[in-house]
Design a protein around this ligand. Structure first.
Ligand code: DP6
Length: 348
């Protein structure tokens, strides 16, 4: 943080990472509360960099801002930010007397299967936490910062911490809560400390159906209750697996969650598919390669066609050879983004 920062004006820069969920958040209640618990790990290289110039203005009674993504105004995000600031004002009432010039960029391409809303809102929540310290002289709790990020985007609640995190009340984690995510690194076996995520870009076109609409379609989904039950069971199983270091069960849960998510999309009304023929071809090849070699690798998929291959860094050489020779040719322009578990956001 810049030493000249005062209550009156200053500049704060944050880099916040995206995350990838193993147990998926899918479906909401009330304002951005999850219908089921989720578990994710934070990435290292997929980052949003946000720089905010702030200025105090006593004569204004509503937060004002300008938002630039890659130095270009972005109307869609700007509209979302108006709602976001309205919704968090009661938590940080001082915010209404401020003007923000927000400059944001991502280190990863658009529509790459990496959730940019997670990293963007985590960055903004951390900026608010930093400014809160300057304005009020008190330090905001992580759970309050996660709560602010969650109001922007559900998955962002998990991106304010590094390593492994859970969001949503579950029996497996007594401290867990629907309002904010908690860090669970102290429950994780070392086998899951060095996990790699190679993201295979099957298509880079924008999603046909956004996650926001996908969440809404869960409201009257015929499998809604079954899904909530399944996600709770998978959370319990994954919590145990992560603490025991069992990669085989981890892979089972991972793939079941990913394909269940897409199954829910296909059985929504209206029904839709985000997977592409090459997504399925890649899944087949991963499963065959695992059968043949006994190596520990599995996949997960977010709300899009791109495949995240997950494996321990111990098997990096063999698995990246397989990815390069067999999976890369099935990717759009042979694009693969290698990422790994990361330590969380940074305040510059
Ligand atoms: C499939 O967090 O993007 O990635 O709360 O509407 O912003 P909003 O949705 P978002 O949904 C993420 C869904 C998911 C699974 C997950 O990250 O848990």
């Amino acid at each position: 943080m810049n030493k000249q920062n005062t209550k009156e004006s200053g500049c704060i820069s944050i880099t916040a990472p995206s995350n990838i969920a193993i147990v998926k958040y899918w479906g909401k209640k009330e304002i951005q509360l999850p219908v089921n618990p989720s578990i994710s790990f934070t990435l290292k290289n997929a980052l949003t960099k946000t720089q905010v110039f702030y200025k105090h203005n006593t004569s204004q009674n509503k937060v004002s801002f300008q938002f630039l993504f890659n130095e270009t105004p972005n109307k869609v995000f700007e509209k979302k930010l108006i709602t976001f600031f309205d919704r968090i004002e009661h938590m940080v009432p001082w915010i209404k007397h401020y003007h923000f010039d927000i400059h944001s960029t991502n280190t990863f391409p658009h529509s790459s299967g990496i959730a940019s809303s997670a990293s963007s809102y985590a960055a903004l929540a951390l900026f608010i936490k930093e400014l809160h310290k300057i304005v009020t002289g008190t330090i905001m709790y992580d759970k309050d910062c996660s709560n602010i990020a969650r109001i922007g985007s559900g998955s962002a609640s998990r991106s304010i911490y590094g390593g492994w995190n859970t969001w949503g009340k579950s029996e497996s984690y007594p401290e867990s809560n629907d309002n904010y995510a908690i860090n669970i690194n102290n429950t994780i076996h070392p086998n899951f400390n060095n996990i790699i995520d190679s993201i295979l870009i099957v298509s880079n076109t924008s999603k046909k159906v956004s996650s926001t609409v996908g969440h809404q379609l869960m409201e009257n989904h015929p499998y809604k209750e079954g899904r909530i039950h399944q996600a709770n069971e998978n959370t319990a199983k994954l919590a145990e697996t992560l603490s025991q270091g069992d990669w085989n069960t981890f892979i089972e849960i991972c793939e079941l969650e990913a394909l269940s998510l897409h199954g829910l999309m296909m059985s929504s009304t209206p029904s839709y598919t985000l997977l592409e023929p090459n997504s399925l071809a890649i899944i087949q090849k991963i499963r065959e390669f695992r059968e043949e070699t006994g190596l520990q690798l599995g996949f997960t998929i977010d709300a899009g066609p791109n495949i995240h291959v997950l494996y321990p860094s111990l098997n990096k050489i063999e698995i990246q050879e397989f990815i390069n020779s067999q999976l890369k040719p099935l990717c759009h322009k042979q694009t693969v983004i290698h990422d790994e578990i990361g330590e969380g956001p940074q305040i510059m």
